[in-house]
Design a protein around this ligand. Sequence first.
Ligand SMILES: NC(=O)c1ccc[n+]([C@@H]2O[C@H](COP(=O)([O-])OP(=O)(O)OC[C@H]3O[C@@H](n4cnc5c(N)ncnc54)[C@H](OP(=O)(O)O)[C@@H]3O)[C@@H](O)[C@H]2O)c1
Length: 254
Amino acid sequence: MLPPALAELYDGDLWIADACVYANFVSSIDGIVALEGGTAPSGGIISGRNEADRFVMGLLRAFADAVLVGAGTVRAEGGRALWTPDYIFPAAAASFSALRQTLKRDGAPRLVIVSARGELDPSSRALQDGALVLTTVNAAARLRGRLPNVTEIRAVSDTDRIDLQQILDLLEADGHHRILTEGGPRLFGQMVANDRVDELFLTVSPVLAGQKGDRSFGLVHGVDFGREPKQGRLVSVRRQGSHLFLRYRWEAAA
Ligand SMILES: NC(=O)c1ccc[n+]([C@@H]2O[C@H](COP(=O)([O-])OP(=O)(O)OC[C@H]3O[C@@H](n4cnc5c(N)ncnc54)[C@H](OP(=O)(O)O)[C@@H]3O)[C@@H](O)[C@H]2O)c1
């Protein structure tokens, strides 16, 4: 059960299974989640910095053992961003902390950044507090000594791409069982392609983003399921003003 203050803000109860890979996105009505080729801080723009959406982001982070993102999202969000519950919705910080105590989790969820090229700004706030960077042998060699000492750099691939299954296995081996992915459509696409997404929390914001060429894109980018789309199941629908909050489940996730 959610602590009462969170249940009141969420207008009901919410639970995330002990072992779960779940994603959170905000989309425009026309299905866009990433703007300007994925270089803009798109989520906040698309949601209109909506308070209810920020609360749900915080709540989902508060459940997580680890928050997984691709380096594209870290670069787009800029140096001030943090992937903690309190950063996105400070008003509920005490209640998020109560939830984490119930879950027997200390501190904030661990931020895990996946990068092949290793292009990360060492001064980013997100790198000052014990993040884990999963990267390639070559990029790790470049990053060592450049990133803050508290950031753990792990070379996990000698090619320019890290196997998605390996990423999730590593997190599991580190004791992270509730994994929230806030990565962008490139990382999410690989997760869906590997059938490794159990749940998706999708906010639909009442805006039309438009699209010209491939500068804006949807939830899944870089993979195409053709005539065999991945069938999900809608498990809850909520509404706050003109924003819709949808929760989907994929039973077949490995
Ligand atoms: N609307 C929303 O809710 C929402 C949520 C999240 C993100 N976004 C938006 O999405 C955009 C970013 O999109 P994106 O798809 O580029 O983000 P992303 O998936 O988070 O980042 C892509 C980058 O992650 C790294 N990466 C991904 N898979 C990898 C693998 N298997 N092995 C090694 N590295 C891997 C690569 O980094 P390197 O290039 O460093 O090698 C790749 O360029 C931004 O505009 C962001 O604001 C929106």
